[in-house]
Design a protein around this ligand. Structure first.
Ligand code: ADP
Ligand SMILES: Nc1ccn([C@@H]2O[C@H](COP(=O)(O)O)[C@@H](O)[C@H]2O)c(=O)n1
Ligand code: MG
Length: 460
C-alpha cells in the first residue's frame, strides 16, 4: 500500500463519504471515511470503549473492525502445541489481509472480514460482510504497532487500564467466553501476554493522539472523542465547500482549551479568561500565517545565512465591540505597535443590524485587516462589520476574520456573500438554537470574558 499517498490525501482534507451516498454495497467515494484506531492491552476495555463511541455516534454510519478477525488460523501441528503459541506477537496476525480489507473499505467497497473463533483458534467461514461507512473503527491489541496500519488512521487512541485490573478481567472473560480455565489463562499471561505487552503494545502508546486512562469508566474522554469526531465530520464538509475557511489544527491543546472555555457552571471567570486567551493566541498566530510575505535572507550572529520571511507591514486589527476586544491583546502581543480599530453593531433577531459606532484608521483601505470576533453565530453582525470595511475601501481579499467558535449557519452566510475573505476559527460547532446561540457554544462570550451579566456562570 502506498502510505505516502494516503497521508497526502488526508492532509489535503480529502475525507469522508457523502452523507447522500447510494447506501448500496458500492458507494461513490466522494470523500474518504474517518478512520479511528483503538489499541491497548488485553481486556483494557477496547471493545467496550468502541461500543460506547458507536452508540454515541448514533446519527453517523459507523463500522467496527476487530484486529482479532485477522488472527491466522492454527495448523493441526500448531494446535497440538497451542500452549506454546504466542497470540500476542505481531506475526500472529495476517496484517496484509487487514491492510487490504481496510483499503477496500476506505475506497467505498464492501468487504468480507473473517470470523475468528477463540475456542478453536481458527477462522470460520463465511466471513462477515462489512459495508463502507463514514467512520471506521479498527480495534485490537496491536493496531498501533505497524506503521502501514497507523498511516490509515485519522485518529489514534490507546486505552490505558491498570494491568492487575486487566488480568482479573481477562480471567473472568476467558473462562466464561473463550473456553479456558484459570490455570491456562495465568500460564499464557506470564509466558506470552505480559512480555508481548511490554515489547510491542506498550511502546505503541507513543503513537496515540489520545490516551484513555481507566477505559470505559472515563466518560469525559469518550465524550470528548465523540465530539471531536462529530466536529471533524461536519467541519471537513464546510472546509471543502468554502476553501477560504480554515480550522486551526485540532491538537489536544485546542480541544482541552475549548472544553474548559465551553464548560458552563464549573469554569470560573478567571479560568475562562485563561483558556479563552490561549485559544485566541493560537487563532491569531494561525491567522497571521495567512498574510502575504516576502522572503528575506539574514546573517545570524554566528555568520551563517538564514532564509526567513517578512510579513506585510500594512496591517490593522478591527474588533467587533465588545467580545472582539478580548482578542486585541493577543494581536498586539504578536504584532508590535499594530493599529486597532473598533466597530459597534446593534440589533438582534431577524431585523438586521445597525452600525452604532466605528473608529477605524484613516488609511484602512490600504491595509490588510484582521477582523476580531470570538463567536460567529448567524453571521448577520459579521456581514454588517465586513460591509463597513468594504465601504471604507478595504479589499475583500485583504480581510481575515478570526474567531474561536463558528456555527455552520454563520459560515454559510459570510462565505456566500464574501467568497474572497478568509475565516480562521478554532472550532466549527454543530448549529444555532432558536435564540441564535451557537450550540454547544460558549455562552455569552463577552459576559464570561469580562465578568459581567448574569450569564457568566449560566451560559444559555
Ligand atoms: N469499565 C469496565 N468496568 C467493568 N468491566 C469492564 C469495563 N470495561 C470492560 N469490562 C469488561 O472487561 C472485559 C474485557 O473488556 P473488553 O472491552 O472486551 O476489552 P478488550 O477489548 O480491550 O480486550 C469484558 O468482559 C468487559 O465486559
Ligand atoms: N486464539 C486466541 C487468539 C487470541 N488470544 C488472546 O486474545 C487477546 C486479544 O484479544 P483482546 O480482546 O483481549 O484484546 C490476546 O492477548 C491473545 O492472547 C487467545 O487467547 N487465543
Ligand atoms: Mg476486544
Amino acid at each position: 500500500m502506498d502510505s505516502e499517498r494516503v497521508s497526502a490525501l488526508r492532509d489535503s482534507g480529502e475525507n469522508h463519504f457523502s452523507p447522500r451516498s447510494n447506501g448500496g454495497s458500492e458507494r461513490t467515494p466522494l470523500k474518504l471515511p474517518f478512520i479511528i484506531g483503538v489499541a491497548g492491552g488485553t481486556a483494557s476495555g477496547k471493545t467496550t470503549v468502541c461500543n460506547m463511541i458507536i452508540s454515541q455516534l448514533h446519527d453517523q454510519r459507523v463500522v467496527l473492525v476487530n484486529q482479532d478477525a485477522f488472527y491466522r488460523s492454527l495448523s493441526n501441528e500448531q494446535l497440538q502445541k497451542v500452549n506454546e503459541y504466542n497470540f500476542d506477537h505481531p506475526d500472529a496476525f495476517d496484517t496484509e489481509l487487514l491492510l487490504s480489507c481496510m483499503e477496500k473499505l476506505r475506497h467505498g467497497r464492501t468487504v468480507s472480514i473473517p470470523n475468528y473463533d477463540f475456542k478453536t483458534h481458527k477462522s470460520i467461514e463465511p466471513g462477515r460482510m462489512v459495508n463502507p461507512s463514514d467512520v471506521i473503527i479498527l480495534e485490537g491489541i496491536l493496531v498501533l504497532h505497524d506503521s502501514r496500519v497507523r498511516d490509515l488512521m485519522n485518529m489514534k487512541i490507546f486505552v490505558d487500564t491498570d494491568s492487575d485490573v486487566r488480568l482479573s478481567r481477562r480471567i473472568q472473560r476467558d473462562t466464561v467466553e473463550r473456553g479456558r480455565n484459570v490455570e491456562n489463562v495465568l500460564d499464557q499471561y506470564a509466558k506470552f501476554v505480559k512480555p508481548s505487552f511490554e515489547e510491542f503494545i506498550l511502546p505503541s502508546k507513543k503513537h496515540a493522539d489520545v490516551i484513555i486512562p481507566r477505559g470505559a469508566d472515563n466518560h469525559v474522554a469518550i465524550d470528548l472523542i465523540v465530539q471531536h469526531i462529530c466536529t471533524k465530520l461536519g467541519q471537513h464538509d464546510l472546509c471543502k465547500i468554502y476553501p477560504n475557511v480554515f480550522v486551526i489544527h485540532s491538537t489536544f491543546q485546542v480541544r482541552y482549551g475549548n472544553a474548559y472555555a465551553c464548560e458552563g457552571t464549573k469554569t470560573t471567570k478567571h479560568d475562562f479568561v485563561f483558556y479563552a486567551d490561549r485559544l485566541i493566541r493560537l487563532v491569531v498566530e494561525h491567522g497571521l500565517g495567512h498574510l502575504p510575505f516576502t522572503e528575506k535572507q539574514i546573517i545570524t550572529p554566528t555568520g551563517s545565512v538564514y532564509c526567513g520571511v517578512v510579513f506585510c507591514k500594512r496591517l490593522c486589527g478591527v474588533s467587533v465591540i465588545r467580545s472582539g476586544e478580548s482578542m486585541e491583546n493577543a494581536l498586539r502581543a504578536c504584532c508590535k505597535g499594530i493599529k486597532i480599530g473598533k466597530i459597534l453593531i446593534h440589533g438582534e433577531g431577524k431585523n438586521g443590524r445597525e452600525l452604532i459606532y466605528e473608529k477605524l484608521p484613516s488609511d484602512i483601505a490600504s491595509r490588510h485587516v484582521l477582523l476580531l470576533d470570538p463567536v460567529l453565530a448567524s453571521g448577520n453582525s459579521a456581514v454588517k462589520a465586513i460591509s463597513v470595511l468594504l465601504n471604507k475601501g478595504v479589499a475583500e481579499s485583504n480581510i481575515i476574520f478570526l474567531n474561536l467558535i463558528a456555527a455552520p449557519e454563520g459560515i454559510h452566510t459570510v462565505c456566500k456573500k464574501f467568497p474572497r475573505l478568509k475565516i480562521v476559527t478554532s472550532e466549527i460547532d454543530m448549529t444555532l438554537n432558536k435564540d441564535m446561540h451557537v450550540i454547544p457554544g460558549m455562552g455569552e462570550f463577552g459576559d464570561r470574558y469580562f465578568g459581567t451579566g448574569s450569564s457568566q456562570h449560566h451560559p444559555k
